[in-house]
Design a protein around this ligand. Structure first.
Ligand SMILES: N[C@@H](CCC(=O)N[C@@H](CS)C(=O)NCC(=O)O)C(=O)O
Length: 213
């Protein structure tokens, strides 16, 4: 049994989707970061960095934080959704790390300065918009002529989907990038993805008047 410390956020939905795809037994513990529940000493025992998602696998007595590390752990546990051949594995890892370091933090900052900053900071919005749009083009180019990010459907697709789903919810038109738009529709057609983006609950709605892009 796995405990999934979760909230309705892009990084957390990645883990919900993977758990659903892999059909691993799990329970959800909602950690409301908006109410500061991630800052307690008890939660810092699970993630010293004080962020969700995190998991505890009670079968192996293992705690894992950082969403892409969790995805790798779950894929290894189930022996699915991650290429095994060395060349393909390295390819998948580099795309996974690019999601964790780029198409995640940059999208998150863009969203923050667009929707949440106490005062408008046009320079910051523009800086993150340019980098986020550049990353969209990189992923779009990768998806030209392929169904999935790295060979067969894998945790790499799940990692990117968490954030592209959030951009779509923030009214960014993914269809501007043809390969990305088709891949997003392909992802959304998977029943486990549909279940995952509603666990523990769907993303909040965002004001279309301030849409990204
Ligand atoms: N790199 C981390 C990012 C995790 C993260 O930023 N989590 C957010 C919610 S999606 C959070 O816990 N925010 C609370 C805070 O920063 O105080 C991952 O991929 O797991």
């Amino acid at each position: 049994m796995i405990t999934h410390y979760a909230l309705n956020t892009p990084n957390s939905h990645k883990i919900s989707i993977a758990l659903e795809e892999l059909a691993l037994p799990y329970r959800v513990e909602v950690v409301d970061v908006r109410a500061g529940e991630h800052l307690t000493p008890a939660f810092r025992q699970i993630n010293p960095n004080g962020k969700i998602p995190a998991i505890v696998d009670h079968d192996s007595n293992t705690t894992v934080f950082e969403s892409c590390a969790i995805l790798m752990y779950l894929a290894a546990k189930a022996n699915r959704l991650m290429p095994i051949a060395p060349n393909e594995r390295w390819e998948a890892l580099q795309w996974l790390f690019l999601q964790a370091s780029g198409a995640g933090p940059m999208f998150g900052q863009w969203a923050w300065f667009t929707y949440y900053a106490g005062e408008p900071v046009p320079y910051a919005i523009e800086r993150y918009r340019i980098e986020a749009e550049r990353l969209c083009s990189v992923v779009d180019a990768r998806l030209q002529g392929r169904d999935w990010m790295c060979g067969a459907y894998s945790i790499v697709d799940i990692a990117y989907f968490g954030w592209f789903h959030c951009l779509a919810a923030m009214h960014f038109d993914l269809g501007r990038h043809a390969g990305l738009g088709r891949w997003y529709a392909r992802m959304l057609s998977r029943p486990a993805v549909q279940r995952g983006i509603a666990i523990p609950s769907p993303l909040p709605g965002w004001d279309a008047a301030r849409k990204l892009g």
